[in-house]
Design a binder for this molecule. Structure first.
Ligand SMILES: *Cc1c(COP(=O)(O)O)cnc(C)c1O
Length: 399
């Protein structure tokens, strides 16, 4: 057997030596972190939250990305975890304990609801609130309310929340607030500047930008909250790959350009759809016709690439015809990538809500970087296919 090379401990700390310089961040992969002395090793657990102790809480590659996201979020601290959903569940689990009361917006991301209601098994009291509640949230806050969960606009139905009003009521009563800001990205909305305590992103969406990775981030200005999150990240083993951090860094390099292009295309497509006879309602916060448009205008500096549609009442076959007619648009439930996507949410989804704002099936469109005229043509053709099935079925009914 060949003699194996001896790897010297600490060799990675020399990576920047020797006059090397480039435009890309270094990728430090590590499970083991090495320590110079016995005392350093013994004292490793008392390093600050962003110190290096073991690969699970990250390497300089992770810190580089966390620092960049913190700066975009106008936050002092940030940590990254393996998915947007992991960021949601970690935040809830780190902050809530038995006996706490937890208020969650009824329009939040579905898996966030699922996780919240799992916490009832651990003795947390979970209650949904109307996303459009505004400062009437005050009446729902109890002495044991610990956390209010916001997501604005809401997943699928796009209700824009009155975040400043909710934050004011929460702050007056010592209640924490956390927001899922994945739709707008840090470029178009800065909830920490409005007093929200924790800001969550699904980095899988606009930040990664290429539909090829999963990651989540949690930013805060509160070092105690950050330390609690870091400790639970370690204890749950929520490790993120350094290679994925590299990819999100690369995604961030083009995020402003992508988002500017995609949000402009999304708005143009939304305006086209708004005038289409088969479309009953376009749920896009930047359209003046949208119910909570004024709240969007007052708080946001741009709009995302994702919006929803409610069509004329029709049998499921009409929706099948619509989706089958897509050639460029892929069927799938995500956004923020280069490719346009369409997702379908049956009427039961809304019926299952406590405070539904829509009573119909919803189609959600994620607009990519494709030529928007091509997308508009495709949507026009698909709506014709929808119309044909709808007409055929109403002709049958009236016989
Ligand atoms: C996609 C998404 C998530 C979950 O992110 P993953 O990385 O897919 O787990 C959470 N919240 C919102 C609003 C999302 O759109």
């Amino acid at each position: 057997m060949n003699k194996l090379e001896i790897i010297e401990p600490g060799r990675c700390s020399d990576a920047q030596a020797g006059g090397f310089s480039s435009l890309s961040p270094a990728v430090f992969r590590a499970s083991t972190i090495t320590f110079a002395t016995l005392d350093d090793f013994v004292a490793r657990k008392s390093r600050p939250a962003d110190g290096y102790t073991y690969g699970v809480t990250g390497t300089p590659t992770h810190r580089g990305l966390e620092t960049r996201i913190a700066s975009l979020d106008k936050a002092r601290h940030c940590l990254v975890v393996p998915s947007g959903q992991a960021a949601i569940s970690l935040t809830m689990l780190a902050l809530l304990k038995a006996g706490d009361h937890f208020l969650i917006s009824d329009a939040s991301y579905g898996p966030a609801h699922d996780f919240a209601f799992r916490l009832t098994q651990l003795g947390v009291e979970v209650e949904r609130y109307d996303p459009c509640i505004g400062d009437a949230i005050a009446a729902m806050i109890r002495p044991n309310t610990r956390l209010i969960w916001l997501e604005s606009p809401g997943t699928i139905t796009m209700e824009v929340q009155d975040v400043p009003a909710i934050v004011a009521q929460a702050k007056a009563r010592g209640v924490l607030t956390a927001i899922d800001n994945s739709w707008a990205s840090p470029l178009y909305y800065s909830p920490l500047s409005l007093g929200v305590d924790l800001c969550i992103h699904a980095c899988s969406k606009h930040m990664g930008g290429h539909s090829d990775l999963l990651m989540g981030s949690i930013s805060t200005n509160d070092v105690a909250l950050h330390s609690a999150l870091r400790a639970l990240q370690s204890s749950m083993g929520l490790a993120v790959s350094a290679d994925d951090c590299f990819l999100v860094q690369r995604g961030l390099d083009t995020m402003a350009l992508r988002l500017e292009a995609q949000s402009a295309k999304a708005l143009r497509i939304a305006e086209f759809l708004q005038g289409h006879p088969m479309v009953r309602q376009v749920l896009h916060p930047a359209l003046a016709s949208f119910g909570t448009h004024s709240l969007w205008r007052a708080q946001f500096t741009g709009s995302g690439s994702l919006f929803s549609l409610v069509l004329q009442d029709a049998p499921l076959d009409a929706f099948r015809a619509l989706f089958n007619a897509f050639k460029h648009i892929a069927i799938g439930a995500s956004y923020g990538g280069l490719h346009s996507l369409a997702a379908f949410y049956p009427v039961q989804n809304q019926a299952n809500r406590r405070f539904p704002t829509v009573q119909a099936p919803v189609i959600r469109l994620a607009v990519g970087i494709e030529d928007d005229t091509t997308l508009i043509d495709e949507l026009g053709r698909s709506l014709e296919a929808f119309d044909e099935v709808l007409n055929a079925s109403s002709a049958k009914e009236s016989v």
